[in-house]
Design a protein around this ligand. Structure first.
Ligand code: NAD
Ligand code: MG
Length: 344
């Protein structure tokens, strides 16, 4: 295997023992980083705006909370975990003025460094620790004694220690219990955006919606369509995670497996791959980043319109009713969802 994987023994938490980590933001990733590091014995301060609704929550969980500027001044390592589209503003206003030589600027996603929205001053390490899972899973797995895998990357190694600090941070998160892979800001950012757009979020959502529409427009009951094209997807994906596409095909019936081979390529045609290449090109040349950031700067008019369109798709109403009636979906899951990463 090409990539080197780092585990607990490859990382030394004592690298952080004289340091304070300032975690800026207390959302999906922020709460998990702050709590896991604290529970790993690291000195943590959370940076939040004065009127942030997360302030009370972080304090109730026993964390020290300061405003962003004070936390940044106190931190030797400043981990920026606000949404990507506000990081540049928060950085310029409240973080950059307090960065000193020997500090480290950390990210959980390379977006702002890769596309040049944030430029760190000389003498400051720039590194990434990016858990490959939602923050709530990062916290839950840590509490269960396990970890979520992560990527680490070093963009600027001013101290000569940046990688050791990143690995120690990853260990504090619990990620080295599962495995940590080294990457670059460019590779992480471009592949992460591509994965979520083409396959995981964009591709899967559109595939499910088209499947639901095809069945319901042909007169099948929406509840049946929901089960067949959405609910069962999780069961199929679980098999893929356990043993690849091969295990999924081994577990399903021969009828399903044969249908997979003959109909999959009819639905997802070679043109889809050409479309994927166009999506990747827009990511690589910054077109996607620019469109996202400009829309956000204008208050997100396109984003809000698209979100509303997605929420009004009939599969959502069908799913909401069905999930109320069935025991396979506990309240916990909907709660996690509403507590999720997208600010509403
Ligand atoms: P989030 O939306 O869940 O939380 C953002 C936090 O920032 C909140 O506490 C919010 O109060 C705070 N915040 C918002 N605006 C602010 C401002 N102007 N000043 C100060 N604080 C502000 O964000 P998230 O999903 O945790 O994402 C944080 C980073 O982690 C991003 O870079 C993201 O790409 C990355 N990441 C997220 C996930 C995920 O699953 N959510 C996974 C890997 C990496
Ligand atoms: Mg991702």
């Amino acid at each position: 295997m090409a990539a080197k994987i780092y585990y607990n023994d490859d990382a030394d938490l004592t690298v952080l023992s004289e340091k304070t980590v300032a975690v800026i933001g207390y959302g999906s990733q922020g709460h998990a980083h702050a709590l896991n590091l604290r529970d790993s014995g690291v000195d943590v301060v959370v940076g939040l705006s004065e009127n942030s609704s997360s302030r009370a929550k972080a304090e109730a969980q026993g964390l020290r909370v300061e405003n962003v500027a004070d936390a940044a001044a106190e931190g030797d390592i400043i981990m920026i975990l606000t949404p990507d589209q506000v990081q540049a503003e928060v950085f310029t206003k409240d973080i950059a003025p307090h960065l000193e030589e020997g500090n480290a600027l950390f990210f959980a996603h390379g977006f702002n460094i890769r596309f040049g929205y944030i430029e760190a001053p000389q003498g400051v390490d720039v590194a990434m620790v990016a858990p490959k899972g939602p923050g709530h899973t990062v916290r839950r797995e840590f509490e269960a004694g396990r970890g979520v895998p992560a990527l680490v990357a070093v963009e600027v190694d001013a101290s000569g220690q940046a990688k050791d600090i990143a690995l120690a941070y990853a260990k504090g998160l619990g990620a080295t219990r599962a495995g940590v892979i080294e990457t670059t800001f460019t590779e992480e950012t471009e592949s992460d955006l591509f994965g979520e757009q083409a396959v995981l979020c964009g591709g899967a959502s559109q595939l499910i919606q088209y499947g639901f529409e095809t069945l319901t427009e042909a007169g099948y009951q929406p509840e049946i369509a929901y089960f067949e094209v959405l609910h069962e997807l999780k069961l199929i994906v679980d098999l893929m995670i356990e043993g690849g596409i091969a295990k999924q095909r081994w577990s399903i019936s021969d009828t399903a497996e044969y249908g997979d081979y003959v109909s999959g390529p009819r639905v997802i045609t070679p043109e889809v791959k050409e479309n994927m290449k166009a999506v990747l090109a827009d990511i690589q040349d910054g077109t996607f980043a620019k469109r996202f950031i400009e829309d956000q700067a204008a208050g997100g008019p396109e984003f809000k319109k698209l979100r509303e369109k997605g929420e009004s798709h009939p599969i959502e109403a069908t799913g909401r009713e069905l999930r109320k009636l069935f025991s396979w979906n506990s309240d916990q899951i909907d709660e996690d969802y509403t507590d999720g990463s997208v600010a509403r």
